[in-house]
Design a protein. Structure first.
Length: 276
């Protein structure tokens, strides 16, 4: 039971943190909760499908199918997060003027909602499929189904608490600073996911340059521990990153910042006069 609890909680941390950040970013947006719930449900369904075909997936691409799958999911999430930050840079000023009316302030808000819902779905998909595979291993080791179920539910509950704590922690930030805070978090989150994608591609042998470990801080904080897992999700912390991971991490941050700066250089759209 303890093994299942730790496995599910460890994986749920990543999805929970991402859901909490997305929920805070979209607070006050009409229909945002439906997008988030839909993304999570789609991700859970996808995880079940992946689990059902886990053996075929692992054998694909000469035994590197799981690595390529994870890398593809992460790269798509990076694109969606980058799109959100660029969109926010263009529309954030009018959104910040009245947070409670954000759904009315920006008519095209459904586009960034779809992007963030996709990120939620991808997070649930990746972590859910890993949970299914890990729990299958626990069951194969002789653990009873009842104890695995109890431990898994307990771990999922703890993961949900992490998501709630992230949400309430972020929404306690004054509205004027909320967008800047979440923009920075999403930039770091995207950079961390890009670096993780590189790690999977290196494991699969698709990237063979700059593979040497740049540093080793596992003695200080392992990225397999709970605190390390949190930092791994929030800022992309890795205790033994390769040179290419660090290069891609830095380039992703630079690219997102440059794109948002380029967007903000264009004049903002004229504000509509309030209807009488």
């Amino acid at each position: 039971m303890l093994g299942a609890l730790i496995i599910v909680f460890r994986e749920a941390i990543e999805a929970g943190l991402i859901i909490g950040i997305v929920a805070a970013v979209t607070r006050g947006v009409a229909g945002s909760r439906g997008f988030i719930a839909g993304g999570a449900a789609a991700g859970a369904l996808g995880a079940l499908i992946v689990a059902a075909f886990a053996e075929q997936l692992s054998k694909a691409f000469a035994g590197s199918g799981q690595e390529f799958f994870n890398a593809g999911v992460l790269i798509l999430a990076v694109v969606m997060l980058a799109w959100h930050n660029i969109w926010m840079a263009k529309h954030g000023r009018e959104m910040a003027q009245e947070l409670s009316a954000v759904g009315k302030a920006v008519a095209s808000g459904d586009r960034t909602l779809f992007a963030l819902a996709t990120v939620v779905g991808l997070a649930v998909l990746r972590e859910g499929s890993e949970v299914a595979l890990f729990l299958y291993g626990v069951l194969a080791s002789g653990e009873s189904g009842a104890s695995v179920l109890i431990g898994g539910v307990a771990g999922l509950a703890l993961g949900a608490l992490t998501s709630a704590a992230t949400f309430f922690g972020l929404v306690s930030i004054p509205p004027k600073k909320l967008f800047a805070t979440t923009t920075a978090l999403i930039t770091l989150l995207a950079a961390g996911l890009a670096a993780q994608a590189v790690a999977f591609l290196q494991q699969a042998g698709a990237i063979t340059t700059l593979t040497d470990t740049l540093w080793d801080t596992s003695w200080l904080l392992s990225d397999k521990s709970i605190p390390g897992r949190v930092l791994h999700t929030l800022i992309g912390y890795a205790d033994q990153p390769s040179q290419m991971q660090v290069v891609v991490y830095a380039l992703t941050i630079a690219a997102i910042i440059a794109a948002t700066k380029l967007v903000t250089m264009s004049p903002p759209p004229p504000m509509r006069a309030p209807a009488e």
